[in-house]
Design a protein around this ligand. Structure first.
Ligand code: SAM
Length: 495
């Protein structure tokens, strides 16, 4: 679904975006052209890359023509994401011929997955760098400048880039991502992330709170805490969570340890409170939640703080328990429904969104209908919907046949999308006649006389600019809606 201004996990309109620094004058001798693909984590990583490259004299350029180095920060989550990158690399082959010395590098998840193909078989790139090796960029770029092929795809057990101050790219200056964990331990059978991003590690909470404070002081009014599975965040001095005994992790996450022991840990609920305390005018969002790890403690903290947005992105993937088991999601349909009920009990006004995969291995027609009935029951505000794409090396690729014909996957996905369009429209209609507080983010893409922002539930709201500007809060009375957007008028000048 195309939602103006929405912070999507994989936002089709942002794929291949050439990122530009926000309010960041660049005085640099060499130029880096950086295209980013995939999820928000990748866009956030590009800001770390820009920061490290600035340290060796590279400023950002918008065009490939004056670039000394071209980086593609890539995604491997589905096959079509990788095909896009191969096509882009073939374009750059011509650019390299025209400009000898031009360095082309592949960063991110595809680098991790296809290092030898990229360097040896296809010979399209000079530099291949995995998501945990960006600190090594100065050495790797120097090697590539000296004519060598440079590669570092080592996955780390500790790296969180905690103290690196990101160069804010492609930002509206109002809302910014902050990475709080890296990697993923969940091993969902369809997913390549644990292989491309390694073991889950949490970042030092002090550095997260400090980053949020600096953002607020430089005018930002919203932070989005990012991780593959934010609910799984647990800090106790660094390193992979898997190194801790399972029982201790369980007790620490549910605050069941004796006080003196519990104090050594910072859970996601604790972190949320600390970030919310930075300033009441700083909104806090987070993504992505995982139904198997989300605790009531997190929901109570959300309910307690006005500046924590009432919005949960809770990927379901399928509404059928057999399929969920094959996906290794760690919950059944009923357990997922219980989580949604708890969200609604604790925060009746909470927005809920999801991710759905259509056509996973062995999906029957009735399993597909289970997904649609769950969507209708949950009444999601919006959903990111994908066709299953088999990823080499994953548990599903090794264990199950990718046996749903392409035309059936396509038809089921279309049914899911049209069901969600109706559900989203109905969910939006419920806002008509009500007032919601909106953080204005930018001038609307469709009209310079209107501002676009989001309410607490993460719904996009468009309203006449009047005296408001991006960064202001406005109380808006909603008068109409589409399936993707709420339209309204400010009821008072507030800030
Ligand atoms: N960590 C989150 C989770 O699993 O709940 C989301 C991570 S992933 C970057 C975003 C979404 O991509 C997933 O929720 C899933 O719907 C989709 N996805 C992941 N692997 C896929 C695959 N092999 N085929 C199709 N969609 C996939």
């Amino acid at each position: 679904m195309l939602l103006e201004g929405n912070n999507k996990i994989i936002d089709e309109s942002r794929q291949g975006e050439v990122l530009q620094p926000a309010n960041h004058p660049v005085s640099a001798t060499k130029k880096l052209y950086l295209e980013s693909y995939g999820c928000s984590m990748n866009f956030s990583d590009s800001e770390i890359v820009a920061s490290i490259m600035a340290g060796i004299g590279f400023g950002i350029t918008k065009t490939t023509d004056d670039a000394d180095v071209i980086f593609l920060n890539t995604c491997a989550i589905r096959d079509n994401a990788e095909q896009r990158i191969w096509a882009r690399l073939r374009d750059f082959k011509t650019a390299k011929r025209k400009k000898p010395g031009l360095i082309v590098g592949v960063l991110g998840c595809m680098a991790e997955r296809l290092k030898s193909d990229l360097l040896e078989k296809q010979k399209l790139v000079d530099l291949v760098v995995g998501p945990d090796s960006y600190r090594d960029l100065p050495n790797l770029v120097a090697a590539a400048e000296g004519g060598q092929k440079a590669v570092n795809v080592l996955l780390s057990r500790e790296e969180t880039y905690a103290e690196i101050s990101p160069v804010r790219l492609g930002s509206n200056g109002i809302s910014s991502f902050i990475s709080i964990t890296r990697g993923c331990d969940n091993m969902c059978s369809f997913c390549v992330v644990p292989f491309t991003r390694g073991r889950e590690r949490s970042r030092d909470p002090q550095t997260i709170v400090e980053e949020a404070r600096q953002l607020f002081e430089s005018g930002y009014r919203e932070v989005i805490l990012l991780g593959q599975n934010v609910d799984s965040y647990l800090w106790c001095g660094g390193g992979p969570k898997k190194d801790l005994p399972e029982e201790i992790v369980h007790k620490a996450m549910n605050k069941l340890l004796p006080e003196t022991e519990q104090e050594k840990f910072c859970t996601f609920a604790d972190l949320l409170e600390q970030v919310a305390a930075v300033h009441p005018d700083l909104r806090v969002r987070f993504s992505t939640s995982n139904p198997r790890d989300m605790t009531d403690a997190v929901l109570h903290v959300m309910a307690k703080h006005d500046n924590i947005c009432k919005s949960v992105h809770l990927p379901v993937q399928s509404g059928n328990s057999d399929l969920l088991e094959k996906m290794n999601r760690g919950y059944t349909r009923e357990e997922y429904m219980h989580r949604i009920r708890r969200i609604r009990e604790i925060m009746p006004d909470c927005g809920i969104s999801t991710d759905i995969i259509s056509g996973f291995c062995g999906e029957t027609e009735s399993a597909h209908q289970d997904t649609i009935s769950l969507m209708q029951w949950a009444g999601y505000d919006f959903a990111y919907m994908f066709k299953y794409s088999e990823r080499p090396g994953t548990l599903a690729a090794r264990k199950y046949a990718d046996d749903i014909p392409e035309e059936i996957k396509t038809r089921r996905l279309a049914e899911i999308i049209s069901a969600q369009t109706l559900i989203s429209h109905e969910s939006n209609r419920q806002n008509v006649g009500k007032i919601c507080r909106v953080l204005a983010e930018a001038v609307s893409k469709r009209s310079s006389e209107h501002l676009s922002g989001r309410n607490s539930q993460n719904k996009v709201v468009i309203f006449p600019k009047g005296n408001f500007k991006p960064g202001d809060y406005a109380d808006v009375l909603i008068h109409s809606c589409t399936a993707a957007t709420l339209l309204g008028n400010p009821v008072e000048s507030s800030n």
